[in-house]
Design a binder for this molecule. Sequence first.
Ligand SMILES: CC(C)(COP(=O)(O)OP(=O)(O)OC[C@H]1O[C@@H](n2cnc3c(N)ncnc32)[C@H](O)[C@@H]1OP(=O)(O)O)[C@@H](O)C(=O)NCCC(=O)NCCS
Length: 138
Amino acid sequence: MIENKLVFRPPIHSDLPAIATLLTAAGFDNDSADRLGTAFDGLKTFSVVALRANRLAGVLLATFNGWHVFASHLAVEPSARGGGIGKLMITALIRQAATAGAKGLIVDSRLSAVGFFQKLDFRLPGAVFLIRDIQLDR
Ligand SMILES: CC(C)(COP(=O)(O)OP(=O)(O)OC[C@H]1O[C@@H](n2cnc3c(N)ncnc32)[C@H](O)[C@@H]1OP(=O)(O)O)[C@@H](O)C(=O)NCCC(=O)NCCS
């Protein structure tokens, strides 16, 4: 059915409010709208949105540093989960990363989603993920 057809494409600026709403509902920061606006130029090439009937059904944020594509902030609209949209967004990103000559795709995953990525052939590389928190001046 045409109205159920999924479309995958890079985000455009007018998608940002819906992306922010979806990310916040999925438990990401509730200042997502501001952060997306600031980072949009760096995100727009490799990120993926999934649309059904022109409505946002999923988002996957990603960037490329010339070697690896880095993905984070993956969310599928709750009523659409389990229907393959997450897997299809990863597949679309892998295709785009291959076209760009990337060596691999690195994901920053919640513990609860590690099984999802392992189903898609991601491996644990034996490296650790370190973070230096930034204290904002007040
Ligand atoms: C994790 C998430 C993106 C998965 O998207 P989805 O569209 O529901 O996943 P898919 O339907 O494409 O699932 C693909 C496969 O992974 C499995 N899977 C999905 N979520 C899983 C999870 N959390 N753990 C283990 N396996 C999972 C599915 O059962 C399916 O397996 P199958 O191919 O054998 O049928 C979605 O559940 C979500 O938005 N969660 C909240 C936000 C989140 O946790 N994001 C990821 C961390 S950044």
